[in-house]
Structures are given as structure tokens and as C-alpha cells.
Design a protein around this ligand. Sequence first.
Ligand SMILES: *Cc1c(COP(=O)(O)O)cnc(C)c1O
Length: 394
Amino acid sequence: MELAVNGGKPVRESFLPYGQQIIDDRDIEHVLETLKSPYITQGPAIQEFERRVASYVGVRHAVAFCNGTAALHAACFAAGVGPGDEVLTTPITFAASANCVLYCGGTPRFVDIDEWTYNIDASLLEKAITPRTKAIIPVDFTGQPADMERIMEIAEQRGLVVIEDAAHSLGALYKGKKVGTLAHMTMFSFHPVKHITTGEGGMIVTDSDEYDNKLRLFRSHGITRENLQRDDEGPWYYEMQALGYNYRMTDLQAALGVSQMDKLDTFLARRRDIAAYYSKEFSSVAGVIIPYQLPYSDSAWHLYMLRMQMDLFTVDRKQIFNALRAENIGVHVHYIPVYYHPYYRELGYAKGLCPRAEHWYEEVLTLPLFPGMTDRDVQDVVQTVKKVLDYYRK
Ligand SMILES: *Cc1c(COP(=O)(O)O)cnc(C)c1O
């Protein structure tokens, strides 16, 4: 069969995105109930959603935010990141994992990735730590937890705060423990491509009372009615104790979050089934490397990435990407190394910083993966990837 990119008929008539939410009638009813209630923001749905996530993960506190990026910003504030401080993170992530450091006046330092998991290489961390290092932001890339035991060990020794970017890994396990219980603070995102959605939304979970207080302060202008420094003013009195933001989630979003939580385990099971099927099908395809999974981690499978041995093909990644898109398979690339972006280049970051990540970036593709995929969708992806790679293999 002729490839669609060469004028043939596409495998699929309709475009299959790489990720998509599932919203059902229960979700809609839940949001409507809140819409008709006295509180559409700063009401009870927020607390209910926070309690649901905290108990699912097994932590004492959860603080909801208007999005995951705001949540990361708040976590950096709570960790005390400020001008002159350095924070270590991975270049293979969404820009927000590093931008949150810049928001606080700190400096992100990029540490190269592990050859197998594509997560931050914990064995490079110690060399990257300086007297200015304040925190580490590991990212559970694709849903497989970073090497959290090693990272926490190093952080404890050096007095660093660990903020785990778990935007990809809600529900993942690491050595039998749920993601959210491993770091000082852990961030989840509820963007529609993530495991559950609130439209936009994010959360920080933590066991620390001190971080919990700071996160709540930061989320609402730095204003509080608790732990007041003056209490003789009058009953209306509140005070602003820090420069915070309005980073609150609405109750409409939280209501959606609560009913999405009911479905999280079903969503995760479907993601894991699809990933297992992909790996079974692609393990025998010449020229591709399926995602390596550590025996002690159970990924939440936000992304399924294929790495190609480009020297075995007659074309580069871009042409393979274009050929798959022409067949209506919504492949993607996650991510452009953060410091490649013009904004970071202007700050002085240059190519060559993380050679492994840079090489990896030339060779990868993200395949569609979301719980609403039908078996037919999954088979279309497998059939099309095989067809395109067979065509271009040397
Ligand atoms: C989605 C995502 C974020 C940001 O979350 P938003 O809710 O979109 O602000 C941060 N880090 C990673 C790795 C993400 O995938």
C-alpha cells in the first residue's frame, strides 16, 4: 500500500490525537450541581477534591491550584527558592518544570538524562550540586517515576528540597509506594491530556504542615486569617503576609475533579493495557527501542514513546513523523529540550549542555495513548507505524 505522504489513501479517515479526555454524563451532572450551588469558587468542592487526591495518594495535605504550572510556582515559593538559588531539573520535560524556578528569580540547572529511563540521571546529581543549590525538580517522564530513592538520599545529605513533577505519573508506583509519598512536595496536573482532568488544574501533595501553609498562602494573594501577626484590629481583619497570587481553582473545576477521581483506576488500567500491547507488538520491530521499564516501577503511562535507531532508516525522524501524520496518526514529540527554546538561549544556555538528551531528542516519537482509544484505534497505530517503518528501513 502506498504511503499517504506519497499520495496513497490514509490508514485512518479521521485524525487520532495523542491524548484526549473522557467526560461522561456523571461528570457533567456533578459540575451542574455545583454550578447551581451557592459556591462556584472557594467552596466545599475544593476541599472534597483535595481530600480525594490526598487519600488516594496517601498523604496528609493536598492543595489545589488553577493549573499545574501555578502549583509548581507555589512549590518553589514554599521551598524558599529565590534570587541566587539554583535548582536542578531535567531538560526533557515541559518548559513549566524549569520556568517555575525563573518565576522565583532562581536559576534552573539542567542535568542529563539516564540512557534507559530518559529520567534525570541521579548519578550526575552530586556533581551538579553547588553551595547555591536549593532544590531538585525531578520529572516522572512518561509516567515512570524518577530514581526517587537515590534522589531523596542525596537531597537529605545536602539539605535540598525535592519537588517531584508528577504531571505524568498520577497513580504510578515506585518500589511499592505511590507517587506523591516520595518527595517533599509532588505536583499533579489536570490538563485534559493528563490522567484526569479539571479543564485546567493542578495540585501539590505533601506531608509537611509548613509547606501546606505556605502553599495555601501563596495560592490566595499571600492573604490569611490564620496565624495573624496583629489581632487587635477587629473581626474583619485579615493580613497579607507574602506576595502571593490568585492561583485558586474554581469549585466547578474541583467538582469535575471529584467525579474524574472515581474513574482514575479504570483510566490507568486502560492506559497500561494499551502500553503493554504496543510493547508486545513493537518489541520485534527492527530499528525501534520500546520504553524500558524498571522492574520496581509501575508507570502511569501518560506517554508511550518509541525511540528509533535512525541509522537503520533512509530518512530522518521528521520524515517518519510527517508520514505518520499523513496517515492521520497523531504522533508527537515530547519534548524539545527546554534549553533549546529561544528564551533560554537568550539567558545563556547553549547546545551541548546535556549530550544524551540532545541525541535522544533526534530519535523519538510519541504515539497516541489515552483511555478512550478503541481497540481499533490501537491497532491502527500499530499497523501504521509498522507500515511506515518498513517502508523507510534500509
Ligand atoms: C502538563 C505538565 C506541566 C504543567 O501542567 P499545566 O497544568 O499544564 O500547567 C508541568 N510539567 C509537565 C512535565 C507536564 O507534562
